[in-house]
Ligand binder design. Structure first.
Ligand code: C2O
Ligand code: CU
Ligand code: CU
Length: 476
């Protein structure tokens, strides 16, 4: 069934025009008699593959709640897509077929490749067309993701389910012997929130939802509602991806146990960082190691989204999440092989702001004059910036009214200042998406070319991006 057939789902919401209709939801929260086993997206390992990796963007129906289908979309399935594992040094052939009745694109978020292969809004795949890129994998091990990126339609298509995880592996990471048994002690966790009415997923077009980005009162992990996962009684690696349109997660465990953060968006950190709490903004990934050897039942929980301090009050029903809401519950089963946490994971280049050849400023606008960056709303036809291939620059980022997750395609960057001071612990490592809830400065390396097609930079609140909070640059 084409995703456009349900008019109220993709184009017009039953609650358009007022937020009040959602008020009742909090009074009668959806409840399930028992929780659901966490779905693990199928793994496609590029090295086990004969011929190109085939992905089909398709419309479908998903029973998040039994007996009530929701109209959704996915790759090779009805919601989300397979996890694709690629290896550093390989050239990976893909074949992406669009069976939707609207154009789509598939962007490799975090992959460092030439812009023509990036899958952004300039690499549209028309209905019934197939795109066959060959992706040269030239970066270190990392947890990435892929998602639709059609200008003006990204939010609706990702919300419908057009997203999946991509894992880059390499020999350096394999030598560390981290938990790597996919679906067993190495779990992808795609964190999303959605709005449901009568157990059916809704795409709200209410003005406040567009303004702040769509949030929902219901959490999905890998498309599973109220999931639990059986895991070995031992160390487990969680690859956390914030795949929500707009919500930021403030993650911790229900028993406040500490865990080790080992990788940012660009790959391994130099050393494991012990934390009890970790925030994850839209588009961002973090890998953590958790010790479940005590055998206790424990949940990964989130606190309320604090990214919209004053504006939240206009739209409480869908933004308010009770502090400590469970995303996924872990049930340790049999014990696993002992694991020793490495002291050192990798080495990263020293951050040297002096190498920057130029500084630029980007201010994300919202308000009276609409959404934009530096006062301009996005246009496919305008190249906003041009940078020199192989150079480094300092980009100063800021934004209006609320926190914005700023993402740059085709690069890794390092945070060099936040709020005029030193970066936070969570700012370390190689990054492609950064929390701009105060002025932030990043040192960006432009090592991948954008000659014919540009790369994009934008707010990763997808409703902001779709409405113009995006720009594009060439690297020549
Ligand atoms: Cu995750 Cu331009 O995107
Ligand atoms: Cu991206
Ligand atoms: Cu924004």
């Amino acid at each position: 069934m084409p995703i456009m057939t349900r008019r109220h789902f993709l184009t017009f919401s039953a609650i358009a025009g007022g937020a009040t209709a959602t008020g009742g939801l909090l009074l009668s929260p959806p409840s399930l008699a028992k929780t659901n086993p966490l779905l693990i997206p199928p793994l496609i390992d590029a090295r086990q593959q004969i011929g190109p990796i085939e992905l089909t963007a398709q419309a479908g129906e998903t029973h998040f709640y039994p007996n009530t289908p929701s109209f959704t979309a996915g790759y090779n399935g009805h919601f989300l897509g397979p996890t694709i594992r690629v290896h550093k040094g390989d050239d990976v052939e893909l074949s992406i077929k669009n069976t939707l009745n609207e154009a789509t694109s598939i962007h490799w978020h975090g992959l460092l490749i030439p812009a023509e292969l990036d899958g952004g809004p300039h690499q549209l795949i028309a209905p019934r067309e197939t795109w066959q890129p060959v992706l040269p994998i030239r970066q270190k091990a990392a947890s990435l993701w892929y998602h639709s990126h059609v200008h003006g339609r990204t939010a609706a298509q990702v919300y419908a389910g057009l997203a999946g995880m991509m894992i880059v592996t390499d020999e350096e990471e394999q030598a560390l012997d981290l938990p790597s048994d996919y679906g067993v002690n190495d779990l992808p966790l795609i964190l999303q929130d959605r709005h449901f009415i009568n157990n059916e997923m809704q795409l709200s077009n209410n003005m406040m939802d567009i303004m702040h980005g769509r949030r929902g009162e219901t959490f999905l992990v890998n498309g599973t509602l109220q999931p639990y996962a059986e895991i070995p009684r031992g160390w487990v690696r969680l690859r956390l991806l914030n795949g929500a349109n707009a919500r930021s997660f403030a993650l911790s465990f229900s028993d406040k146990r500490s865990f080790y953060w080992i990788a940012s968006e660009g790959g391994l950190l130099e050393q494991p960082v012990a934390l009890t709490q970790l925030s994850l903004i839209p588009g961002e990934r973090a890998e953590i190691l958790v010790d479940f050897s005590d055998g206790a039942l424990v949940s990964l929980v989130t606190q309320d989204d604090t990214s919209m301090p004053m504006m939240g009050m206009f739209n409480r029903a869908k933004n308010l999440v009770l502090s400590g809401s469970s995303l996924v519950t872990f049930q340790p089963t049999e014990s696993s092989a002992p694991f020793k946490l490495p002291i050192k994971l990798t080495s990263l280049p020293t951050v040297m702001p002096d190498i920057a050849v130029r500084e630029r400023s980007f201010h994300m606008n919202m308000g009276m004059n609409g959404f934009g960056i530096n006062g301009q709303s996005f246009s496919m036809k305008r190249i906003n910036e041009q940078v020199k291939l192989g150079s480094s620059e300092i980009w100063h980022l800021s934004g209006d009214m609320m926190g914005h997750p700023f993402h740059i395609h085709g690069v890794h960057f390092r945070v060099i200042a936040r709020g005029g001071k030193k970066p936070l612990v969570r700012d370390q490592g190689l990054k492609d998406t950064v929390w701009v809830n105060e002025p932030v400065s990043v040192l960006v390396n432009f090592d991948f070319p954008a000659k014919q097609a540009p790369f994009m930079y934008h707010c990763h609140i997808l409703e902001h991006e779709d409405n113009g909070m995006m720009g594009q640059f060439k690297v020549v």
